[in-house]
Design a protein around this ligand. Structure first.
Ligand code: CTP
Ligand code: CA
Length: 225
């Protein structure tokens, strides 16, 4: 209510969040996608809104309701997600929680048919890196946060991504076999910055979202990362 909106930890700030997978069409009936339920990204958008931020959530195809208090823009593929990010009003904080498909297919306009003989091979082209574009673009948000889902050498890969993309923080998690992160309701996150790593215990995705929002508010308002 009014109290939260005017006095929350992120009051007065515009937060842009990407969430969910992207679907890249192979033909009109098939697509390539990453595994992502969108639960973590949507929870972050909801937590930021509860903290008083104005939130724009740019969501890939997910089976989730739009979180309360957010302006939600639904997109299908990586290029549309990038366009929606670029069309949003300038952000104070950008959080790239989407599992963006790294490659797309030069899509066929008609459905591919088996009777055409043999298995088709797909020519893939790389998608734009939305997080890197935001972090390196003009009108850079003051805080740019990425995610890294890794199956090995989690922290090393997260440090590399942080440097390569130019973001301020990477929320890294181990999605190796048995982690239960994909589609599940909990997450074991490591907050990786240029100055160090803060490892959190296994928490629900809602708790991860609330903690992340609280940390971002602290960082934004001048405390060290
Ligand atoms: N990301 C993005 N656009 C892409 C690919 C990734 O915005 N085309 C963002 C994700 O939303 C995430 C971060 O970059 O915040 C890291 O994504 P990840 O897939 O782990 O990194 P990649 O650079 O794609 O490296 P790889 O998949 O090879 O590990
Ligand atoms: Ca990737």
């Amino acid at each position: 209510e009014g109290l939260v909106a005017s006095g929350g930890a992120l009051a007065g700030l515009h937060v842009v969040v990407t969430s969910g997978p992207t679907h890249e069409a192979i033909d009109p009936v098939r697509y390539i996608a990453n595994r992502s339920s969108g639960k973590q990204g949507h929870a972050i958008a909801a937590a930021a809104a509860s903290a008083g931020a104005r939130v724009t959530l740019i969501a890939g195809p997910v089976a989730l309701a739009d979180p309360p208090g957010c302006e939600v823009i639904h997109v299908e593929n990586a290029r549309d997600m990038l366009a929606a990010v670029e069309a949003a009003p300038p952000a104070d904080i950008f959080i790239g929680a989407a599992a963006v498909a790294d490659w797309r297919v030069e899509a066929a306009s008609d459905k591919m048919k088996k009777e055409n003989g043999g298995a088709p091979s797909l020519a893939l082209v790389e998608n734009p890196d939305i997080l890197a574009r935001v972090a390196q673009g003009k009108n850079r948000p003051r805080l740019v946060v990425g995610f890294a889902a890794e199956t090995r050498d989690v922290l090393r890969h997260a440090q590399e991504k942080l440097a390569r993309k130019g973001c301020d923080l990477i929320v890294a998690n181990d999605v190796g076999a048995g982690s239960g992160v994909f589609g599940g309701d909990s997450n074991e996150a490591h907050l990786v910055s240029r100055t160090g790593v803060e490892s959190w215990p296994r928490l629900s995705k809602k708790e991860v979202a609330a903690r992340l929002v609280a940390r971002l508010a602290q960082i934004f308002h001048g405390e060290a990362v």
